[in-house]
Design a protein around this ligand. Structure first.
Ligand SMILES: Nc1nc2c(ncn2[C@@H]2O[C@H](COP(=O)(O)OP(=O)(O)OP(=O)(O)O)[C@@H](O)[C@H]2O)c(=O)[nH]1
Length: 207
């Protein structure tokens, strides 16, 4: 079982979700300035990391990576995914913004490989699930430093997520970033917009 009872009891939360190895830990470190237990090895993050900011009654959470992880068997992978779903359902009212992190270099190939009559790719499924829960969601398209044809890639991603391209009209949803290079401005802007909509400008200092 994954331990989800480590969550500090905070009213407001921003949660990072995404497949394994997309760079969530790197992003978490950039956002918080705090180094969590990251590793080059996929599947390292099995427990949520919480950056607890008690004075503001606020927490930023990095949920475990889901999807393929080398050396992790199918049952555990499914278990982790189920636990993430339960966590998001349980705290849907607290999560002001979800950040779905994807790897800009590989996300289209992975989505297309897993699309079929009986299969919905994890990222697409998670995006729709978050919308069903009414959690405002930003897709942080990471590792853009490795992508040449940026607009084309982001338009394709919109298409796969059911958002009508061009991506530029979805800037509160699609945020191209490079966590490793500290290039996060589109994400900051998108998150701030959702916080503003919820009258939480007081949390801008985190983004
Ligand atoms: N080129 C590039 N590489 C990145 C970027 N962000 C992260 N990475 C690299 O991607 C790999 C995975 O990063 P992590 O932050 O450990 O990924 P994670 O999503 O936390 O992975 P899990 O622990 O499996 O959940 C590392 O080698 C990072 O250095 C980026 O913006 N650009």
């Amino acid at each position: 079982m994954i331990e989800f009872d480590t969550r500090p009891d905070r009213d407001a939360e921003v949660a990072l979700v995404g497949r394994s190895n997309v760079g969530k830990s790197t992003l978490m470190r950039e956002l918080t300035g705090h180094s969590f237990d990251t590793g080059g090895k996929p599947g390292v993050t099995r427990e949520p990391n919480h950056y607890d900011w008690a004075p503001e009654d606020f927490v930023i959470t990095d949920l475990p990576g889901f999807g393929f992880m080398s050396g992790v068997d199918e049952d555990l992978r499914e278990e982790i995914k189920t636990e993430i779903v339960h966590y998001l359902e349980a705290y849907a009212d607290n999560v002001l913004v979800a950040v779905l992190v994807v790897d800009g270099k590989s996300v289209i190939d992975i989505i297309d490989r897993h699309s079929g009559p009986d299969e919905i790719p994890y990222d697409v499924e998670m995006f729709h699930f978050l919308r069903e829960l009414d959690i405002p969601t930003v897709v942080a398209v990471n590792k853009m430093d490795k992508v040449d044809n940026e607009d084309e890639r982001l338009n394709e991603l919109c298409d796969r997520l059911g958002l009508y391209p061009p991506w530029k009209q979805w800037q509160e949803v699609i945020a191209p970033i490079s966590a490793k290079k500290g290039q996060l401005e589109p994400l900051h802007e998108a998150v701030r917009e959702h916080l503003h909509e919820q009258n939480r400008d007081d949390l801008f200092k985190f983004f």
